[in-house]
Design a protein around this ligand. Structure first.
Ligand code: ADP
Ligand code: MG
Length: 443
């Protein structure tokens, strides 16, 4: 009993009534969690807090121990801290309740998604999963390059499920958010936080995790995700994962995760063809409610090929440029607006630099490792690919490639080249990887 505790402090320290009324009487117990008693200080003056901390923390701790037999931590908090804690609590409750609408872009629905040859399989698979979550394809693994609609499809699934059944617990997170939460929990060393985190993830009906490639190399995150995955999967909960490449090419991802990603259905999204690009631009126009001449749309669709985000971006620039200059949007003004983005006739120059950077990014390894001397297969394989592609895609000689690759001798480069050339002929997987890389280097 709090009064009793305070009185005990008063008698033990022979406090006068004035000081008791001033310092102790206004204190209120705010919360008792994780063996910590938070005591609310009535005034929001720092000086007040300091004084109480210095003078009464220990006496109160002792009195609590005497009265309740508990040895707990004491912290004094100001009214504004209490407000903040309240807000945090509300936030985290909101996080764990059913609908996490805040995480979803309202524009990313099936209605606004244009289906073309490049994505029809991924679209069909997504719709099927949205119609019967947890029942057919689990997990659904969607992969493809940047800006091709993976996130849009994932949000569409989430919206669809929530619309049909608002009580479903749907959670969309990027793998970065997931990683940050894991790290935060480990850092805080707080077991309650960790179990809350687990509880949150394991009580979900549909988990969508975007850009999973970013957990590669993060061991505790992979470990945590592995358990989350197993728990959800074994209780028939739907998991939807996106990545920039298929599981088998995520070379440095733990084997056990890789194999789980292959349990369900794998669907890819590739670059849209001309018709699909036109249809996407038309759809944007319709959604945003303006009309633009055919030749302008064609100009954009012809020149921006590999990324839908850029395609839409170009359209926005053209529209904004027209509005800003109070000019009619025609081919002329479109060309002017896009002159920094679309450079006529200028071809992409393919250099060993570009090849090396693309390979490092694709395999998630550092340039240092790629051009260094480590002998493990996760590094040697990309290194040999770099040698192979530098030879195949540029005019660079073996000797020169050796120099660029961190001073390897000529015979090492030839050996690497031959190795990959052989694999390309005899191994379907390697051939695919090489094709993907070539496309990335020279879209
Ligand atoms: P990713 O997650 O693959 O990088 P996003 O889903 O963020 O790509 O898509 C990039 C942009 O392109 C978004 O604005 C999205 O709405 C749009 N987009 C992508 N694919 C389509 C599509 N098939 N139809 C309409 N818009 C699309
Ligand atoms: Mg995305």
């Amino acid at each position: 009993n709090w009064e009793e505790i305070l009185e005990r402090v008063q008698t033990e320290h022979e406090m006068t009534y004035v000081s008791f009324d001033t310092w102790l009487k206004p204190l209120k117990v705010y919360s008792f969690e994780n063996n910590t008693v938070s005591i609310l200080v009535a005034s929001s003056q720092q000086m007040y807090l300091k004084y109480i901390n210095k003078k009464y923390l220990l006496p109160i701790k002792v009195a609590i121990a005497e009265v309740t037999g508990l040895d707990c931590n004491i912290e004094f908090i100001l009214p504004e801290d209490a407000d903040r804690m309240e807000a945090d609590k509300l936030d985290s409750q909101k996080m764990s309740v059913n609908v996490d609408k805040a995480n979803l872009n309202p524009r990313y629905t099936f209605d606004t998604f244009v289906v073309g040859k490049n994505n029809n399989f991924a679209h069909a698979a997504s719709l099927a999963v949205a119609e019967s979550p947890g029942e057919i394809y689990n997990p659904l693994f969607i992969y493809g390059g940047v800006g091709l609609g993976k996130t849009h499809l994932m949000h569409s699934i989430a919206h669809f499920i929530l619309e049909r059944n608002p009580d479903t617990k749907v959670l969309y997170v990027t793998s970065e958010t997931f990683t940050n939460e894991v790290i935060e929990n480990i850092r805080s060393g707080n077991n309650t936080a960790m179990s809350k985190f687990r509880e949150k993830y394991r009580s979900i009906d549909v988990l969508l995790i975007d850009d999973i490639q970013f957990i590669i190399g993060k061991e505790s995150t992979q470990e945590e995700f592995f358990h989350t995955f197993n728990d959800l999967h074994s209780s028939g909960k739907q998991i939807i994962i996106s990545s920039d490449k298929p599981p088998k090419e995520m070379s440095t991802l733990e084997e056990r995760l890789k194999s789980r990603f292959e349990w369900g259905l794998i669907a890819d999204i590739s670059s849209p063809d001309y018709e699909t690009r036109m249809a996407i631009l038309r759809k944007r126009e319709e959604l945003d409610g303006y009309h633009i001449d055919d030749d302008v749309i064609q100009y954009i669709a012809t020149n921006i090929k590999s990324n839908i985000r850029e395609l839409e971006g170009a359209l926005n620039i053209v529209v904004a440029f027209g509005n800003l200059n109070k000019r009619k949007i025609d081919l002329e003004s479109a060309k002017e607006a896009l002159k920094n983005i679309i450079s006529p006739d200028e071809k992409r120059v393919i250099t060993p630099e570009l090849i090396i950077n693309t390979i490092c990014e694709h395999f998630h390894i550092s340039r240092e490792d790629l051009t260094g001397s480590k002998r493990n297969s996760e590094i040697v394989f990309p290194r040999q690919i770099a040698m192979y592609l530098c030879r195949e895609m540029t005019q660079t000689q073996f000797k020169e490639i050796g120099k660029i690759m961190g001073g390897k001798d000529h015979s090492t480069v030839i050996h690497g080249y031959d190795k990959i050339a052989y694999e390309v002929k005899n191994n379907e997987n390697v051939k695919n990887t090489i094709n993907i890389l070539i496309k990335k280097i020279n879209p």
